[in-house]
Design a protein around this ligand. Structure first.
Ligand SMILES: C[S@@+](CC[C@H](N)C(=O)[O-])C[C@H]1O[C@@H](n2cnc3c(N)ncnc32)[C@H](O)[C@@H]1O
Length: 171
């Protein structure tokens, strides 16, 4: 997942669902400086754990369902990439759509949304969000095997307005 972050990304890298910090550690190891990384975790115990484990990283206690307001409150702009470990496939389609729309409402034009999944199918509804995306890596050594998806707005539809209108619809 960390490998999918664009080299020299200008702006913040936002990780959704930091959990115990395995992906956070990999993002830092890939060369993203701690001050460029912002982690969102909604579980208070895991949030506390992440704060203690990564003192130089901004760890926000909050819900990815309210991403634009959460990031705005903390001055996190612009967003150059989102790396998500959220369990999207276990969520209702309407919630997947809402999380996707929230994410693309904050991502800069051309910036990727990176997601891992154990499922065979896209964890985000691409058509309904007006985005493109495909599997970039398959990790067969993982049990169960995992895939890393990378989503973006299609070239020619680089404004954030499209996703905003989807967000209104989804809300
Ligand atoms: C699969 S686990 C994370 C795995 C993580 N990469 C790790 O190394 O532990 C998913 C995480 O997403 C968090 N989460 C689930 N829904 C969320 C939401 N709507 N907003 C923010 N965090 C959420 C859970 O609390 C959990 O920590």
């Amino acid at each position: 997942m960390a490998r999918q972050i664009p080299h020299g990304a200008q702006g913040f890298v936002v990780e959704l669902g930091g959990g115990t910090g395995a992906v956070t550690r990999a993002i830092l190891a890939s060369g993203i400086p701690p001050e460029q990384l912002v982690v969102v975790e909604r579980d208070p115990m895991l949030h506390k754990h992440l704060v203690e484990r990564f003192p130089g990283v901004r760890i926000l206690l909050g819900d990815a369902l309210h991403l634009p307001s959460l990031l705005k409150r903390h001055g996190v702009v612009p967003v150059a990439a989102i790396v998500s470990s959220l369990p999207l496939l276990s969520l209702k389609k309407s919630i997947q759509l809402r999380i996707g729309a929230q994410a693309f409402a904050v991502l800069e034009p051309g910036a990727p949304f990176i997601q891992f999944t154990y499922g065979l199918f896209s964890p985000l509804p691409r058509n309904r969000l007006g985005i493109v995306g495909e599997v970039e890596e398959r990790v067969l050594q993982n049990l169960p095997p995992a895939s890393v998806w990378r989503y973006m707005r299609p070239a020619g539809r680089l404004s954030r307005n499209h996703s905003r209108s989807k967000l209104d619809h989804a809300a």
